[in-house]
Design a binder for this molecule. Structure first.
Ligand SMILES: *Cc1c(COP(=O)(O)O)cnc(C)c1O
Length: 342
């Protein structure tokens, strides 16, 4: 197979066609065989529940090529388990962890030529998708499902080096409701976030910032990334029923604890932002995107976190450590990384 000669450095987070995707159908109460496809299309019934009633779930994880040339996939099992939890919440069948794992490894191997080289800082994004395909006009779960995984190479998040971003609080729209779907990775949450995200962009911010929908008092999420703050040698992250349990956040909490930080998961009132020495948004895309400041325009308040505009030392150390584990530069003491054997 010919090697791809991409301009890896200048890849962004756009879809790039790869060679294969893997699929598995659920019919008559059970999952079928794993299939390999080279088509980018899915034939779908016009009355499929995923199209009308949002019965769908997705995941996002990455494969990294190490300095040793080996390919490493980060936290497959945690993604499988989060998908199972989203499946329960949307009355879809659970994809067993072993099949999820087998399919992730298979699709990465099949598209090996698209995995960016170590030096580029780029990686291979893996997108599992579960959709209700059975026709239904009444509001009921489908009787048939498709689970598929495609991959696409993505560029490094920080093109000009690790840097901070400003955020803007959007009070006009909520992303998710308490006891709603915020804890699950469903497309509906993203549909609900589009206007807030556009408002932020129109005001010149890269991303929107959400407070809890009920009281508008506590920090929820930084767009589609979790929030954490650092102060007094403590890693503080929100405890909320309307935020997505980020696997990056979970990993950072473990790494922080092992670096000697205390870890707190609790409600964080927005006013507490003034007390943080550092703060960041975290997720698979960036690992950590350090926060410069959060502007609450409607209340006329700006919470400045990075006074010099630069990422703080704790964010930097957490970021470097987790990235080193993902790329294989540091040993993985947690069993998070699946190394593909040649
Ligand atoms: C996917 C996602 C995250 C980040 O989760 P990771 O597992 O760390 O990638 C955070 N918030 C929302 C709303 C998400 O959909």
């Amino acid at each position: 197979m010919e090697k791809e000669t991409f301009d890896w450095q200048n890849l962004s987070f756009n879809y790039v066609k790869t060679d294969y995707n893997v699929r598995c159908y659920y019919r008559n109460g059970s999952w079928g065989e794993v299939e390999v496809s080279s088509s980018e299309m899915i034939p779908i019934h016009m009355a499929a529940t995923s199209l009308h009633y949002g019965q769908e779930a997705f995941e996002g994880l990455k494969a990294y090529r190490g300095k040793d040339g080996k390919v490493r996939i980060f936290r497959i099992e945690a993604n499988a388990s989060r998908l199972q939890s989203t499946s329960d919440a949307t009355l879809m069948p659970q994809m067993p962890t072993e099949t999820f794992r087998e399919m992730v490894i298979k699709v990465v191997r099949l598209n090996e030529r698209f995995i960016p080289p170590y030096e580029s800082g780029a990686s291979l994004y893996i997108r599992p998708l579960l959709i209700g395909t059975g026709a239904q006009v009444g509001v009921h779960p489908a009787n048939e499902y498709l689970f598929l995984i495609f991959v696409t190479p993505v560029g490094p998040y920080f093109k000009g080096g690790f840097a901070t971003n400003p955020y803007v609080v959007i009070r006009k729209y909520d992303r998710s409701a308490p006891l709603g779907m915020g804890m699950y990775k469903v497309g509906g949450n993203y549909a609900a976030s589009l206007r807030a995200n556009q408002m932020a962009h129109d005001m010149g911010y890269p991303c929107e910032f959400y407070l809890d929908a009920k009281e508008k008092k506590y920090i929820d999420e930084c767009g589609a990334a979790n929030f954490f703050g650092i102060k007094n040698n403590t890693y503080v992250t929100p405890l909320s029923t309307s935020i997505l349990p980020s696997i990056t956040n979970d990993s950072l909490q473990r790494v922080a604890a092992d670096m000697g930080l205390k870890v707190e998961r609790r409600q964080i009132p927005i006013e507490e932002l003034t007390t943080f020495e550092e703060a960041g948004a975290c997720g698979t895309a960036a690992v950590i995107a350090p926060i410069e400041r959060i502007d609450d325009i409607e209340l006329g308040v700006s919470y400045v976190i990075a006074k010099d505009g630069k990422p703080g030392p704790v964010c930097k150390k957490l970021y470097d450590t987790l990235r080193a584990i993902q790329y294989g530069d540091l040993a993985d003491p947690y069993g998070w990384v699946t190394v593909l054997e040649d």
